[in-house]
Design a binder for this molecule. Structure first.
Ligand code: CUA
Length: 144
């Protein structure tokens, strides 16, 4: 009985008090209703940045059943911070043949920093079941 109480206590503390959640990048929030007015998410796409540890920021607004922007071209060798959120439900964000693999949740901001060293076309796909259009939810990243 004691160990059960201890176990539930640990879950309770990690879930409620410490804000346990499946995002490695920390706790950043955005109101899905205000995405179009948000300073970052109102401008989806690839943006050159200065004075940061990365060369570009690639902003995605993900929704059923597409990625915005659709096709993206990234100059070879660029270090890119991907910044993404969802308008509606939980989506996946996987760039095939790379280690980019995130869960995109409404209300949360997910980020991943990646250097694109090899030229080519990479499939961007949703790997979390999100509804009837899930199987067709994909796009293209071109490294040129
Ligand atoms: Cu979006 Cu599956």
């Amino acid at each position: 009985m004691g160990s059960l109480v201890l176990f539930l206590g640990i879950i309770f503390v990690s879930a409620i008090h410490s804000g346990h959640e499946p995002i490695a990048s920390g706790r950043e929030f955005v109101d899905p209703e205000l995405i179009d007015k948000h300073e970052v998410f109102s401008k989806p796409g690839l943006h050159k940045v200065d004075g940061k540890d990365w060369d570009y920021e690639l902003v995605f607004v993900v929704s059923a059943f597409n990625f915005n922007p659709g096709e993206v071209e990234i100059p070879k060798g660029s270090k890119v911070k991907i910044i993404a959120t969802s308008r509606d439900v939980v989506h996946g964000f996987e760039i095939a043949q790379t280690n980019v693999n995130m869960m995109i949740e409404p209300g949360h901001i997910s980020t991943f920093v990646k250097t694109f060293d090899k030229k080519g076309e990479y499939l961007l796909l949703c790997n979390e079941y999100c509804g009837t259009g899930h199987a067709d939810m994909k796009s293209n990243i071109k490294v040129v």
